[in-house]
Design a protein. Structure first.
Lengths: 116, 112
């Protein structure tokens, strides 16, 4: 069964450093998402992406964040200058469609980001 | 803004007992999705409800969507230890994107 993959599984970085989190969505999916989950809290929407453009972003997704689909398979989230409060589990998700049938989102295993 | 609340935050049951979690949205939803997250795991899609008053069943799990499309529930009959995890509802408000607004989650503990 196809699945979303994410690398690395755990990233430790110093405050102020840049990090890039990588995701490979399911191959026939067209819509991509990033969510984050601070330990013990709910999952929060960050950004949605379609046709090489951001469709929507939350207030969390400020100028420090960017997303990119550098090739036909990868989808990345970059945090330019990490802060302590960026420590969280970051989930990538993808869906085949936007609405109607097949719009359910499939989540990757996540990248745990620890900012020291 | 769009908010999704869930109750209870935590439920501890004996194996074989039933369990229900309730989800409420501040505004009308386009659809609602339910996810299960095992400890240390990622959200796994369970089901999507779209129609007002819809009821769907998956073995021991029964999902309901309210008539006003602002609330939903998940009921598990005769819980098993494999049901342990956090159950999240996630609201989809339609529009230009498919973003999900997750509820606060209900952590289910099942004692054998």
């Amino acid at each position: 069964e196809p699945e979303v993959t994410q690398t690395p599984s755990h990233q430790v970085t110093q405050m102020g450093q840049e990090v890039i989190l990588r995701c490979v969505p399911i191959s026939n999916h067209l819509y991509f998402y990033w969510y984050r989950q601070i330990l013990g809290q709910k999952v929060e929407f960050l950004v949605s992406f379609y046709n090489n453009e951001i469709s929507e972003k939350s207030e969390i997704f400020d100028d420090q964040f960017s997303v990119e689909r550098p090739d036909g398979s990868n989808f990345t989230l970059k945090i330019r200058s990490t802060k302590l409060e960026d420590s969280a589990m970051y989930f990538c998700a993808s869906s085949r469609t936007l609405a109607g049938a097949y719009n359910e989102q499939f989540f990757g295993p996540g990248t745990r980001l620890t900012v020291l | 803004g769009q908010q999704v609340m869930q109750i209870p935050q935590y439920q501890h049951v004996q194996e074989g007992e039933d369990f229900t979690t309730y989800c409420n949205s501040s505004t009308t939803l386009s659809n609602i999705q339910w996810y299960k997250q095992r400890p240390g795991g990622h959200p796994v899609f369970l089901i999507q409800l779209v129609k007002s008053g819809e009821v769907k069943k998956q073995k021991r799990l029964t999902f309901q969507f309210g008539e006003a499309k602002k609330n939903s529930s998940l009921h598990i009959t005769a819980t098993q230890t494999t049901d342990v995890g956090t159950y999240f509802c996630a609201g989809n408000y339609g529009g230009a994107t498919n973003k999900l607004i997750f509820g606060t989650g209900t952590l289910l503990a099942v004692q054998p």
